[in-house]
Design a binder for this molecule. Structure first.
Ligand code: ZN
Length: 149
């Protein structure tokens, strides 16, 4: 996606991207000539599309999940479409979620829940954490720069 500054007839440069907890994606484009800025918000479905392409969000490259979007479309966005996704074949432990952490995960929009769940699960596995609690989620968000989640 590209934006053109109409007044300067210059292509605007990409300035910022974030992934807040409600599943929206904000991108800011800046005109190199007049510094005019345009912000763009996408809905969770589009965010899932962007995320599935392996783009960098918050300085961290999300793992590529080329089939994820296809699966979510085929399943009609069913809420638990990703809930029982098999663990990646890395031999990593598969962390469990305690009840408060699971409740918190339930508040994440369905379209991005699988991705969010995997981010936390990967974080827990990498840190040898067997049970994901809200504290672990806070810690992961802080360390991964995902404060909005
Ligand atoms: Zn301009």
């Amino acid at each position: 996606m590209k934006f053109l500054c109409v007044e300067c007839d210059r292509q605007m440069g990409f300035a910022e991207r974030e992934l807040p907890g409600d599943g929206t994606l904000a991108a800011v484009f800046t005109c190199p000539a007049c510094n005019r800025q345009v912000a763009m918000l996408t809905n969770p479905m589009e965010t899932q599309l962007v995320a599935s392409l392996g783009v960098k969000i918050g300085g961290r490259t999300l793992p590529e999940q080329p089939m994820e979007l296809v699966r979510s479309v085929m399943q009609g966005g069913r809420e638990d479409a990703f809930a029982e996704a098999p663990a990646p074949a890395t031999g990593k432990a598969h962390p469990t979620w305690d009840a408060p952490a699971r409740e918190r995960l339930e508040r994440v929009p369905a379209f991005v829940r699988g991705m969010v769940q995997r981010i936390y699960a990967d974080y827990a596995a990498e840190h040898g954490i067997a049970v994901i609690t809200p504290d672990v989620m806070d810690q992961a968000r802080h360390e991964l720069g995902l404060e909005g989640m």
